[in-house]
Ligand binder design. Structure first.
Ligand SMILES: NC(=O)c1ccc[n+]([C@@H]2O[C@H](COP(=O)([O-])OP(=O)(O)OC[C@H]3O[C@@H](n4cnc5c(N)ncnc54)[C@H](OP(=O)(O)O)[C@@H]3O)[C@@H](O)[C@H]2O)c1
Length: 243
């Protein structure tokens, strides 16, 4: 049996198990299975690895994308540059950390911007924000990270004035604000400064359109949710595991 799975703290609403179980069924991979492994602390990972024979790969989610790194033997250059791992490959006892959120975000962004390189605002400074920042840097897009703290971001929310929002046609929400079940949440930025030239991306995909995206749409902006990223990062994880 070739085993795969997801580690994280709360996984009851995971998309990944259904995605991979359906994929294995479609592709006739009857000796493959994908499980959810809820860990209340990352220190439980070695025991999970020891007690799960046949484990070939794990996805990693909140809150362990950074905490998992000391447990790995090696990182891909991308995962090392991002500083976060969302996919682990297990081969001959060697644990390699990958970051396929980067592939997922690139797949979302490129069709939206084409050859343009608009200035950007990245809302939030967590694990997903680091993957987003990696792709923006790779594409030569200038951006600022908006954070609750000056220590983790370039600017704080109170510094987000209409002129800055107007000067940054690409705005990416990497915070969980607006995510189910707290769907009333929304990043606190002057939406009146958003207009026709703007493109708003929300990494949240449940609900399909967050309050942030609905407000952007009402101002005439183009919007995209996190669904393309979700599918593309899973497909990239499978390419890692399938070699
Ligand atoms: N579509 C996809 O494939 C995909 C992939 C990865 C993540 N995501 C989504 O992206 C979101 C973030 O995931 P993550 O792994 O980056 O989580 P994370 O590491 O916890 O980071 C989230 C960041 O959002 C900011 N934040 C959190 N609560 C906030 C609040 N109440 N007000 C303002 N800012 C707040 C924080 O930044 P500061 O500390 O700088 O304020 C925090 O570091 C989640 O909703 C997740 O589901 C989607």
């Amino acid at each position: 049996m070739a085993r795969y799975g997801l580690i994280g703290r709360h996984l009851s609403h995971s998309f990944s198990q259904r995605y991979f179980t359906e994929k294995f069924g479609r592709d006739g991979l009857t000796s493959h299975r994908y499980d959810l492994f809820e860990l209340d602390r990352i220190e439980a990972l070695p025991e999970l690895l020891a007690s799960t024979p046949g484990l070939r790969g794990l996805n990693v989610t909140i809150p362990y994308k950074q905490a998992v790194i000391p447990y790995l033997h090696t990182l891909t250059p991308t995962a090392a540059a991002v500083g976060a791992v969302n996919t682990m490959d297990i081969r001959n006892g060697i644990l390699t950390g990958h970051n396929t959120d980067v592939d997922g975000f690139r797949a979302t962004l490129l069709p939206l911007i084409g050859d343009a390189r608009p200035r950007a605002l990245v809302l939030g400074s967590g694990g997903a924000s680091r993957a987003v920042a990696f792709v923006l840097r790779e594409l030569g897009i200038r951006f600022r990270v908006v954070s609750r703290s000056r220590e983790t971001g370039d600017i704080t929310w109170d510094m987000l004035d209409p002129s800055l929002v107007s000067a940054c046609p690409l705005i990416i929400n990497t915070t969980p604000l607006g995510m189910h079940p707290a769907v009333d949440g929304m990043p606190d930025l002057p939406m009146s400064a958003v207009g026709l030239k703007h493109c708003l991306i929300d990494l949240v995909y449940n609900p399909e359109k967050t309050r942030f995206l609905l407000a952007g749409e009402a101002q005439g902006a183009r919007v995209a949710n996190g669904l393309t990223m979700l599918h593309a990062q899973a497909e990239a994880a499978w390419r890692v595991w399938a070699g």
